[in-house]
Each structure stands twice: as C-alpha cells, then as structure tokens.
Design a protein around this ligand. Sequence first.
Ligand code: PMV
Length: 295
Amino acid sequence: MIASAPGKVILFGEHAVVYGRHAVVTAINRRCYADVKKSSEIRIRSSIATTELDFDKHPYVSFAIKRFMSFSPISGVEIKIRSKIPVSSGLGSSAAVTVSVLKALDAEFEAGLTNEDIYEIARKVELDVQGRASGTDPFISTYGGSWLIPERKKIGVDNLRILIIDSQQSSVTSEMVSKVAKLRERYPEIIEDIFDAIDSISLRSIDSLEKKDFSKISDMVFINQCLLRSISISNERIDELISRLSRDGITAKITGAGGGGCLIGFGSDEAIASVLDNYPAFAVEPELEGVKIEH
Ligand code: PMV
C-alpha cells in the first residue's frame, strides 16, 4: 500500500508563533511517499539507509511503527520511503514521512484509523523524537491546505507560485528558538513589540494572499524578513542571498527556523524563471490535499 503526505512552508509568522502570535502556513505540492508491505521482519528503506527499527537513523518511521503497534499487531513490515521534500530545511519533511507511513500502515493492516487518529499519533511521534513541538507540521501534512494558526482557520491561497531557494546551510530549529529566547530574556519589551509587528503582518497578509496582490505580498515579505533579521535568525550568507535575489527581482524571506534552511520568494514569472535557472531553487504551490492513499 502506498500513501503520500505533503510538506509545508511557513509564509509568515515563524518564531513569533512560539510566543502566541499568528502564523500563516501552507501545505506544498512536494510529497513524501511511503510504500508499506506485510513481511516476515521489519525493514525500513530510504535514501539515508536500510535498517530494522532504528531510532537513530530512522527515528520518525521507527516511532511511527512502534506507536502503530498499539493499534494493530505487526510481526513484520517492509517500508520504502521516497521523498521529494528536502530534509532539515524547514519544509516539514519529518512530519510528511511520519504521516505517510502511518496512513500506509493503516491501509495495509486495516487498522481503521481516521485522519484525526493519524494526526494525533504523528503529533506524539514528533514529541517522541523532538521532545518539544507545536504539532503544526503533522497537522498541515495530514489535512493539507493553508491555515492561520494557532486557531487553525482555513484560508484560500490557491494557485500561488512560491519560489523556494535553498540557502545550502542546514537549519537547527531548537538552536534558533533558544537564540530568540535568550534575546527576549535580555530585551523583553523590545522583542515583544517585534513579535506584535510580525503578528500584524500575518493577519494583514491573508487578504493580500487571497487576492494574489503581489505588490502587497512583497511588502509583507520584506518587512517580515527585516524583523526576522532583527531577532538574529538571519546571517551574512542569507542576507547576501536575499540582496542578490532582490537585484534579480525576487523579494525573499526565511521560512521556518532560519540560520540556514530554505527561503521563500515572490516575483514576476520572468524573475522566477531566471532564478530557477541560476540558483539552487524550485517552485511550489499550495497543496489542498493532505495525506492520501496513492492508486
Ligand atoms: O524550521 P521549522 O519548520 O522547524 O519551523 C520552525 C518554526 C518556529 O516558529 C521557529 C518554531 C515553531 O515551533 O513554530
């Protein structure tokens, strides 16, 4: 049985969302595929390695299998993972792996799980591996679509071309979150004001995104990036990349934790075409479909 689940991008509001402000997040049309077959032993194959249950090399898949076993006994299973979502770059690849594996296990072993069950189990798997997590990635990967969080209000952002540019540095979410926490401890009143400004951007962006008003979207992207820079999660290489992109007609910002990972950018079709040719970049669109069985 093959199941797939999408990755995600945070359009606006990363970091501020950790302190209760709004963020705008969308599933993207890059998916992870899990091919699951009953077998006599447990085997997990991916581009990383071929292993048995291995909480080191395949932590998300291994915890997913372990948690699934409390719903349906498994004596053996062969799982093949194929992902079109770059890892450690803020695009939700871990959640997409977890959610697609759980859906395929459910179908193969006829466990009768609902998507809400799958989301709940994936959220626990995220906690098993990371210790602390908001549950946003498994939510978006399970249900697809574009959302205002934390209240999980659906928004209508279809057919929006989003450029993803790889900064070619890895991003470690926990490090970046603690960097911001330290800055906030030193200057609480300043940093809280910056979070409030980011909150206004997230709320203001919805109308521009729904109307595809690229001039306003670019303004929001520019201001949000300046604010992310002010809370120290950008770096020299990212700043240079953003300046270069700006000269090439693309307004870009960090997406996710920062310190590396991917940027998102918006611009004219010609500017996007030129960036796709000249940068480590690809284009995505919001994805309406969450986890599903592939036929
Ligand atoms: O880079 P990612 O996809 O792990 O996103 C992190 C987003 C933060 O706002 C920095 C943290 C969070 O849990 O929301």
